[in-house]
Design a protein around this ligand. Structure first.
Ligand SMILES: *Cc1c(COP(=O)(O)O)cnc(C)c1O
Length: 342
């Protein structure tokens, strides 16, 4: 029985057409600024996000961390949801690389309010200097939650009024764009820097971009080099990302349909608690009868790979993506039903 892998949208394999685009990519030494494919990708991403310039980097973590380095100085503080990727999943890079400390905000599925920003900004002279606010759209630990544009704008306005710079971790920004029918630039153009991933739902094997003003991106190029992220004939990877951006954005809608369908099916299973109304994009978080690790093992034994998630001790996360079909969803539901019965 072939396992159906719903652990993450990062597990996708490049399609034959994407591999062809990569194999045929025109390349040059990108550190000399001579890789035409990386350049095309950067121009396209900047245009799509409504900002001046972009830089291709190896990972979303590096894109976020370059942003931290651009905006912050030693001893500064970054306001972000307590469950944000920059606090939770980047190996302590905020403090480890930049000497910056997090000011974790208690968001609701990753979303916080202008009032929370105002209350968290330090104005006393012995406190750290509040320097940056970082928002995540869609929110990973929030179960793929979308930041409504009005609320996002209100937080950006409050942050600017408090003198903060604004970063958007848009690893899954295109999911938010597709499900709301709002261009990704509507969020990104309000920020100083935005990071996007090509290796999540878009299905490229690697790569992210950081986007911002020409001036910030020129400095980002220095920081990328310092972090060891500058590469040579990187057009081979950039071609995968470019292919993803040109062919795999609109299809994210299918992942969202599959996730809703999965949630509706799970809601009918005895002992499983899931609110299909909470499924906004490509993630389903469901509570199962047993402990997280037991459920993950039980599902794996049935050929369904799922992940533990932070939201509760019994919550399991299932993520739809490019390599999951509607038939796979039906099969997943059959297998889970069998697993719970057995
Ligand atoms: C995956 C992800 C990233 C970047 O992760 P990498 O594995 O370093 O590419 C950043 N932010 C969020 C919200 C993510 O889900």
């Amino acid at each position: 029985m072939k396992p159906i892998d719903l652990r993450s949208d990062t597990v996708t394999k490049p399609t034959p057409a994407m591999r062809r685009a990569m194999a045929e990519a025109e390349v040059g030494d990108d550190i000399y600024g001579e890789d035409p494919t990386a350049r095309r990708l950067e121009e396209l991403v900047a245009e799509r996000l409504g900002l001046q310039a972009a830089l291709f980097v190896p990972s979303g973590t590096q894109a976020n961390q370059i942003a931290m380095g651009l905006h912050c100085r030693l001893g500064d503080e970054v306001l972000a949801d307590a469950g944000s990727h920059i606090i939770h999943y980047e190996s302590g890079a905020l403090s480890g690389l930049w000497g910056v400390q997090p000011a974790p905000l208690a968001g609701e599925r990753g979303l916080f309010s202008p009032e929370q920003v105002k209350a968290a900004v330090r104005t006393d002279f012995i406190g750290p200097r509040s320097r940056l606010v970082s928002l995540e759209n869609t929110h990973n630990r929030g179960g793929g939650k979308v930041w409504p544009l009005d609320r996002f704008r209100a937080v950006v306005d409050a942050s600017r009024a408090a003198g903060l710079a604004v970063h958007l971790d848009g690893a899954r920004l295109f999911n938010a764009a597709v499900v709301t029918g709002t261009p990704a630039s509507a969020w990104a153009s309000l920020t100083d820097t935005t990071a996007v991933c090509f290796s999540k739902g878009l299905g490229a094997p690697a790569g992210s971009a950081i986007v911002g003003s020409r001036e910030l991106i020129a400095e980002a190029r220095r920081l990328r080099k310092r972090l060891g992220g500058a590469m040579r004939q990187v057009g081979i990877l950039a071609a995968g990302a470019l292919y993803a951006l040109e062919h795999h954005v609109e299809r994210l809608a299918e992942d969202h349909v599959h996730a809703r369908r999965l949630a509706a099916g799970l809601a009918e299973l005895p002992g499983v608690t899931v609110d299909p109304g909470q499924v906004e994009t490509n993630m389903v978080v469901a509570e199962f009868p047993g402990a997280q690790a037991d459920t993950v093992a039980k599902l794996a034994a049935q050929g369904v790979l799922a992940g533990a998630t932070g939201s509760s001790p019994r919550a399991v996360r299932l993520v739809t993506h490019l390599d999951i079909s509607a038939a796979d969803i039906d099969e997943v539901l059959v297998r889970i039903r069998r697993g719970l019965a057995g």
